[in-house]
Design a binder for this molecule. Structure first.
Ligand code: ITT
Length: 193
């Protein structure tokens, strides 16, 4: 089955392709000639995932899925959440976002956080949502060079390394995105049976 993954984030594309292997053919936005920065105007992860996926389904007439992800920090009332990409401003710099997070959590003992991914899948104009969550803690200094976004500050529960210290397969096994994609695969495989 051919599916478009509606993301402009190369790291997400690499992670998802690595999980899906050769089970499904995943096309990027570039592959279908879409260079648009799809506006993410919703106030929830579900809403934004849905906007991105419908944008491609409607404008390109292709089956597709999109991922919207947020870092939800307990002591910050689950912020930055849906605003994770623009936490420190609209320029989307991961380093600025992490610095702001460290500043906001300075002297705060409760470091509990979770990553939450929502995937919207649209097949034949019907939408299905899949969620993946991983619990963890925000550490007080950046560790590791792998991954992307907030990975150097996020240590998943039960592990001694941050996501940025793990290789892509290790992260995918336990991550929010990995868990959401496993549900997506199970659904797609049932459709193909
Ligand atoms: P698309 O919308 O084009 O898919 P994006 O980077 O804008 O790409 P989101 O809207 O989902 O993605 O924004 C999520 C923010 O959270 C963004 O700043 C990412 O760097 C960060 N993020 C997403 N997934 C992450 C992960 O697995 N590890 C660390 N940070 C992540």
């Amino acid at each position: 089955m051919k599916l478009v993954f509606a993301t402009n984030n190369q790291h997400k594309l690499t992670e998802v392709r690595s999980i899906l292997g050769n089970k499904f053919e995943i096309l990027s936005l570039a592959d279908i000639g879409c260079n648009d920065d799809i506006p993410e105007t919703a106030e929830t992860l579900e809403g934004n995932a849905s906007i991105k996926a419908w944008y491609v389904a409607r404008n390109y007439g292709m089956n597709c899925f999109a991922d919207d992800t947020g870092l939800e920090v307990e002591a910050l009332d689950m912020r930055p959440g849906v605003y994770s990409a623009r936490y420190a401003g609209s320029q989307k710099s991961s380093s600025d976002n992490m610095n702001k997070l460290l500043f906001e959590l300075d002297k705060i003992n409760n470091r509990k956080a979770r990553f939450r991914t929502v995937i919207s899948l649209i097949i034949d104009n019907e939408e299905k949502l899949f969620e993946g969550i991983v619990d963890g803690n925000i550490i007080s200094e950046k560790l590791g060079d792998e991954g992307f976004g907030y990975d150097p500050l996020f240590k998943p529960l039960g592990y001694e390394q941050t996501f940025a210290q793990m290789d892509i397969d290790e992260k995918n096994k336990i991550s929010h995105r990995g868990r959401a994609v496993e549900k997506l695969i199970a659904y797609l495989q049932k459709l193909e049976d």
